[in-house]
Structure formats: C-alpha cells, structure tokens
Design a protein around this ligand. Sequence first.
Ligand SMILES: Cc1cc2nc3c(=O)[nH]c(=O)nc-3n(C[C@H](O)[C@H](O)[C@H](O)COP(=O)(O)O)c2cc1C
Length: 148
Amino acid sequence: MTSNSDGLLGYAAGEIVRGEGRGAPMGYPTANINALDESRIPDDGVYFGWFGLAEGDPPRGRLSAGTWLPALISVGNNPTFDGRTRTVEAYVLDFDEDLYGAHAIAELTTLVRRMENFNSIDELVVAMDGDKRAARDLMVKYPSRPQS
Ligand SMILES: Cc1cc2nc3c(=O)[nH]c(=O)nc-3n(C[C@H](O)[C@H](O)[C@H](O)COP(=O)(O)O)c2cc1C
C-alpha cells in the first residue's frame, strides 16, 4: 500500500451523476463524480480517502459541507466490464443516502491496489470485500481527514 498521510495523492471534484447502475446490486453502490478540470486524478487504482460536499451544497443525511466520510475511490475504466470511459467512483462507507446531483469532492490519500480485470463479477466482489477490510484498517490508522 502506498500512503501519503500528510498530503494528497489526488482529488476529484464535480457533480454526482448516474453511472451504469451495476454497483448497488453488487453491494457496492458508488457515487460517480463528473470530475471538473481542476481535479487532479492520479493513476488508475483503488484508493482510500475522504468524501465531502462542496461549500453551500445541501446536506445529505449525516453528510454536510465541512464533514468528511471515509470512502473507497475507484479510478479507471472498469476493465471487468470492458468499460471504455475512465471514471472516478466513490463508495462511501456506512452511508446509504442518495447523492445524485450533489457537488462532491473525493480526496485520495492511500493507494489500496491497482485496478484489475477480473474474470467474473464474483471475483471483483471478493476483491472489493478485501478493499473494504483494508479501508476499515485505514480508518483505525487515520480516524479523520488529514488537515491541510
Ligand atoms: C472499492 C472498489 C474497487 C473496484 N475495483 C475494480 C477493479 O479492480 N476492476 C474493475 O473492473 N472495476 C472495479 N471497480 C469499479 C466497479 O466495476 C464499478 O464500481 C461498478 O461496475 C459499478 O459501476 P457503475 O456505478 O457505473 O454502475 C471498483 C469499485 C470500487 C468501489
């Protein structure tokens, strides 16, 4: 795992848009970020980081501007599904609210692993379960978002 606790590996800011709708049935609903040009998106991979709302955005459940929730962020073209578009998708841990239309920021602080092309959706879900365990460990190590 590559980690950079006092800085950022990158970030994506933009509106949450609809994806292909595959995540929720897999048990991993994701918020797809339509990243603005100002974003600094690192190499493809699965990252641990922090998810927040832009200033002035209305709250969504316990998430409001200025609060940050731990998230796994996937960067890549989802090769398991032969995806053509490079996307930035956040799976916010322990969070179940609708995020469509929100203006969000995902800060990427730790690389968990590289993006992989799995032979089946089941294999991808096993890997995501492992990512979630890694995220739980990282939440112990980094209980809150690093202050800039
Ligand atoms: C923690 C996590 C890890 C992921 N790892 C991979 C991966 O290794 N390979 C891959 O093809 N897609 C990966 N994805 C992306 C999923 O394929 C994608 O979230 C899913 O297809 C849902 O996409 P949708 O929101 O467009 O429906 C990952 C997503 C998450 C949240």
